[in-house]
Write a new protein. Structure first.
Ligand code: PHE
Length: 339
C-alpha cells in the first residue's frame, strides 16, 4: 500500500498543466472529497498498527506534494497571463516618449547663473515671504519711503512686518549677515509687487540680483562685470550707465544695453532709440554694509538687479508676460534648451 502512495507522489511531482481547468481537475482528483487522498485515509483503519506511522507520514507527503503542485502551477499560469496583459505584443513599435521642455524663465535664469558662475559667483536663495528688516529696513529704506507704500507691497494679512518680497535684495541681506567678505553671489528668484496686470507687467515676476563685496571694489569693476554679462547673454558689449537713485546703493545707475537699430523689431523694442534698459545697479551704500555686519571702512561692493521675464521676452520674442504664468502647453513646448 505504501508503495502505491509513493507511486502517486512521483506522478504528482511529474504533473504539468497549462490551463486552469487542467489544474482544477488535478486538484479534484487528489484533494477533492472523493479524491485519491481521502481514499488512502479511508484505508488507514485497515493498516496494521506497526505500519500506521509510516503510512500516515507518506499520505501527508502526498497531500503536501499535491497542494504545492496546485499552487505553483496556478502561480506560473497567472504570471504568464499578466505578463501578456501588461506588455501585449512585444514586437509592436514603441509609443513615442513626449519630452518635456524647460520654462523660458528657467532657461534664461540658468543662462545667467552659468555666465556668472564662470567669474566666481555662487547662487544664493531666500524665502519669498520676508520680514520688513530684510526687504526694506536693512536696505536703507526709510520708514516713509514710497516703495513701502501699500500700492507696491503685498503684506501678509494684517501684519505689517511680514510681506511678499518685492526684490531679491532681501536674499543679499541674508547672505551678508551669514557670510564674511569676499562675497560674490547672485540671487535669482520670484518677487511680488502690487501692480496692475497687463501684457508688459505682472504682480509677480523674476529677478537676478548680484552682489560683490571685497576690499577695493570700484565702480569700474561694476561696469566691467555688467559689460561681460551683456556680451555673454546678448552678444552686445556696448552699455551705458545712467545716474539714478536706489536707497541701497550710492551712487546708483540704470543699465542700458545698446541693442542697435537694424531691424524693425529693434525700433519697436528700443522705442526708436537703439538703447534698452535691463536693470539697476550701484555701489552698496555704507549703511547697508553696517546693517549687515560688514565694516564699510574696510570693504566696499557693488550690486545690480535685472528682470528675468523681460529678458526672456526679448530673447524669445514673447509679446505678453502673462503667457509666462498660464501654463499653456502650446506655449511651453516651443522652448528647448540644454541648460
Ligand atoms: N532691487 C532693485 C529693484 O528691485 C534693483 C537693484 C539691485 C538696484 C541692486 C540696484 C542695485 O528694482
Amino acid at each position: 500500500m505504501i508503495d502505491k502512495i509513493k507511486e502517486q507522489i512521483s506522478e504528482v511531482n511529474a504533473f504539468t498543466a497549462d490551463s486552469l481547468d487542467a489544474i482544477e481537475t488535478f486538484r479534484i482528483k487528489y484533494l477533492g472529497k472523493k479524491g485519491i487522498l481521502n481514499d488512502f485515509f479511508a484505508e488507514f483503519k485497515n493498516v496494521p498498527n506497526e505500519q500506521k506511522k509510516e503510512f500516515g507520514q507518506t499520505i501527508n507527503e502526498l497531500k503536501q506534494a499535491a497542494t504545492l503542485k496546485v499552487e505553483t502551477l496556478k502561480e506560473v499560469l497567472e504570471n504568464s497571463q499578466s505578463t501578456e496583459q501588461v506588455y501585449g505584443d512585444l514586437t509592436r513599435p514603441g509609443n513615442p516618449i513626449v519630452l518635456g521642455s524647460r520654462h523660458p524663465i528657467s532657461i534664461v535664469k540658468n543662462q545667467i547663473i552659468d555666465i556668472f558662475s564662470r567669474i566666481g559667483f555662487n547662487v544664493s536663495e531666500g524665502p519669498e515671504i520676508e520680514d520688513d528688516w530684510h526687504n526694506f529696513t536693512a536696505l536703507n529704506l526709510p520708514e516713509y519711503h514710497p516703495a513701502r507704500d501699500m500700492q507696491d507691497t503685498f503684506f501678509v494679512q494684517t501684519n505689517p512686518d511680514i510681506l511678499l518680497r518685492t526684490h531679491t535684495s532681501s536674499v543679499q541681506v541674508r547672505y551678508m549677515e551669514n557670510n564674511k567678505p569676499p562675497i560674490r553671489t547672485i540671487s535669482p528668484g520670484r518677487v511680488y509687487r502690487n501692480e496692475a496686470i497687463s501684457a508688459r507687467s505682472h504682480c509677480f515676476f523674476h529677478q537676478v540680483e548680484g552682489l560683490y563685496i571685497d576690499k577695493d571694489v570700484s565702480f569700474a569693476d561694476l561696469k566691467q562685470t555688467l559689460q561681460y554679462f551683456t556680451t555673454e547673454l546678448f552678444g552686445k558689449s556696448k552699455i551705458r550707465l545712467r545716474p539714478s537713485y536706489f536707497p541701497f546703493t550710492e551712487p546708483s545707475a540704470e543699465v542700458d544695453v545698446y541693442w542697435g537699430l537694424e531691424t524693425e523689431a529693434d525700433y519697436r523694442i528700443t522705442k526708436g532709440t537703439g538703447w534698452l534698459e535691463i536693470g539697476g545697479c550701484g555701489m552698496v551704500d555704507p549703511n547697508v554694509l553696517t546693517n549687515c555686519g560688514i565694516d564699510p571702512n574696510k570693504y566696499s561692493g557693488f550690486a545690480f538687479g535685472v528682470g528675468i521675464d523681460r529678458i526672456a521676452m526679448l530673447l524669445h520674442q514673447i509679446t505678453d508676460i502673462r503667457l509666462m504664468s498660464e501654463n499653456d502647453v502650446r506655449f511651453l513646448e516651443q522652448f528647448k534648451s540644454a541648460l
